[in-house]
Design a protein around this ligand. Structure first.
Ligand SMILES: CC(C)(COP(=O)(O)OP(=O)(O)OC[C@H]1O[C@@H](n2cnc3c(N)ncnc32)[C@H](O)[C@@H]1OP(=O)(O)O)[C@@H](O)C(=O)NCCC(=O)NCCS
Length: 157
């Protein structure tokens, strides 16, 4: 499993992941992903197989002590093999190294695979945003402490 920083050359592959991962209304555009890759304060990571085929992508930001997991998507053929977990773990390490003390994310409450992945990696649900993704489509806000806060959190569990 090879994790690298995304470049503009990955955009077509990333768009294919989007199309396989989300309903059309929820897909990010080519322009949006191009902006993610170009933004200096964003981390876009890709995961490829031994043949160089893109299997997954994830993007993160850090602003002062707060990190955000913006998106993670894995190709259906590569799911259930730890690709999503590896990408999120790499983003957590990057955010902690930059001094963030927590990572936040929003996820659809009915996205059971993603909610389970995040819980397994130590994210806890801290609130629910009604209609966040449109009428009847709610979001959990989930948070994971990092660094020293992570140690306090681990002791309290
Ligand atoms: C969510 C997603 C990224 C998970 O990627 P993945 O590579 O399959 O995840 P992993 O193999 O690392 O799984 C890690 C954990 O997540 C949970 N999980 C993953 N897929 C699951 C599923 N279909 N049902 C229930 N739990 C699941 C499990 O707890 C799993 O741990 P386990 O294998 O020890 O049981 C993938 O399903 C996906 O791309 N979905 C479409 C896009 C999306 O919804 N992205 C998230 C919102 S931005």
């Amino acid at each position: 499993m090879i994790i690298t920083h995304a470049s503009a050359a990955d955009l077509d592959g990333i768009l294919a992941l989007e199309q396989n991962g989300f309903d059309p209304a929820e897909q990010w555009s080519h322009a949006l992903w191009a902006d993610e890759i170009a933004a200096p304060d964003h981390l876009v990571l890709t995961n490829s197989d031994a043949d160089g085929q893109l299997q997954g992508v994830a993007t993160f930001t850090v602003a002062e002590d707060m990190a955000d997991l913006q998106r993670v998507v894995v190709h259906p053929r590569a799911r259930g093999r730890g690709v999503g977990s590896s990408l999120v773990r790499a983003g957590l390490e990057w955010a902690e190294a930059l001094g963030a003390n927590r990572m936040l994310l929003e996820v659809r409450t009915d996205n059971l695979a993603a909610v389970a992945l995040y819980r397994r990696l130590g994210f806890d649900q801290i609130s629910c945003r009604r209609d966040y993704y449109g009428p009847g489509r709610d979001a959990y806000v989930m948070l994971r402490p990092l660094g020293e806060d992570e140690d306090v959190w681990a002791l309290s569990r």
